[in-house]
Design a protein around this ligand. Structure first.
Ligand code: G3P
Ligand code: MG
Length: 355
């Protein structure tokens, strides 16, 4: 028997390993599954579709609620993914709810950044799209922008209240869609203590979901990511302001992202264990994994992060994304414990290794 089947046939212990999958460049390119991802994931369930190996998606991407992302991934990959299995770059923002719960905060990025933040519990969050509408002429280039992404009616009462309140923090939830407007409006907020058009003031905190310089999308070569936007914003801000921009970023390779993934994987291991009707499960929640596999495509993010996180992480690098080395090469600066062609090959290795 493999160790996987031993989970059901010899259920005296919870699973001793788990897997964290990167998304962009490992299981998807754009919205297209790659590298045998669907087949590989199906092997982590039993014949009736019940999860038998703990796994999560540990992605820096985002801009949509975890529940919606789980539904999208289930549809694209043909397996049942639960919202708790989706850890996005911005998921750790929920840890800041206590600090900013009722404060006015601005959320930036593609998708529905304000909805994401509301779901985390922030009660007074506004998207930068809506915020910019309440300041006449704040974007001098708006008349030249032909696209129509903004769908808010300008409510005069809300306009007055937003205009006069200080923004207490800005959160970059996902990739900025309109760099020129977002850099302009963020500089206005950050230079003035959160009140555009007023005098200079102390910089409100600025949080980025992650700092990926590039990522693998549907286009053959990598695309500029949130880290590129951060460089642009920082460079402009530091050129017009005496004090350097202060900011924090979450997401991989931050060790917190890997710690968080480990916690969620433990909960899943415990759930799988309980699902198997084990009577003696007193210590199931506190068991330690022998190995946690991180399957990623970006050496400077996924592999660096898993290496830094240390035991029990085991980084596996695929060749379907940012890393494009040849068959025998590893990344010189952030070498993975193993390099494979595809995610399917990685899962195949894991299941054999855990035999
Ligand atoms: O914007 C998404 C990208 O930066 C990374 O996504 O899934 O490769 O961590 P992922
Ligand atoms: Mg990736």
């Amino acid at each position: 028997f493999s160790k996987i089947s031993q989970i059901s046939s010899q259920p005296s212990k919870p699973p001793s390993f788990g897997i964290a999958f990167d998304i962009d460049g490992v299981v998807l390119r754009g919205t297209t599954p790659i590298g045998g991802a669907s087949r590989a994931l199906r092997r982590l369930y039993d014949g009736s579709g019940v999860l038998k190996v703990p796994f999560v998606f540990l992605t820096n991407g985002g801009g949509i609620r975890e529940s919606k992302r789980a539904a999208e991934l289930s549809e694209l990959l043909g397996v049942k993914i639960s919202p708790s299995q989706v850890l996005q770059g911005h998921s750790p923002f929920k840890q800041l709810v206590n600090r900013f719960e009722n404060e006015l905060i601005v959320a930036v990025g593609k998708g529905e950044p304000a909805v994401v933040m509301s779901e985390y519990g922030f009660k007074n969050v506004i998207s930068i799209d809506e915020y910019a509408l309440y300041f006449d002429n704040i974007d001098a280039l708006a008349p030249y922008k032909k696209w129509g992404t903004i769908d808010f009616a300008v409510d005069r009462t809300r306009k007055c209240s937003i205009n006069s309140k200080r923004v207490q923090a800005a959160f970059i939830v996902s990739d900025s869609v309109d760099w020129s407007r977002d850099i302009q409006v963020l500089c206005d907020i950050l230079r003035t203590g959160g009140l555009p058009a007023s005098e200079e003031g102390p910089q409100p905190p600025l949080y980025f979901a992650h700092d990926d310089l590039k990522y693998q999308g549907a286009f053959p070569s990598e695309r500029l990511g949130m880290g590129a936007f951060r460089i642009a914003l920082e460079s402009v801000f530091n050129s017009i302001h005496a004090e350097a921009l202060k900011y924090t970023y979450f997401g991989k390779p931050n060790p917190v992202a890997f710690k968080n993934a480990e916690v969620v994987l433990k909960q899943q291991a415990s759930f799988i264990y309980h699902e198997l009707n084990i009577v003696n499960h007193a210590n199931s929640g506190s068991h330690d994994f022998q190995t946690l596999y991180m399957i990623g495509d970006n050496p400077a993010v996924d592999i660096k992060g898993a290496r830094q996180a240390g035991i029990p992480w085991f980084p596996i690098l695929t060749r379907t994304g940012v890393f494009k080395g040849d068959h025998h090469s590893n990344h010189p600066e952030f070498p993975a414990s193993m390099v494979v062609d595809t995610v399917e090959e990685a899962v195949d290795f894991i299941l054999r290794n855990e035999h």
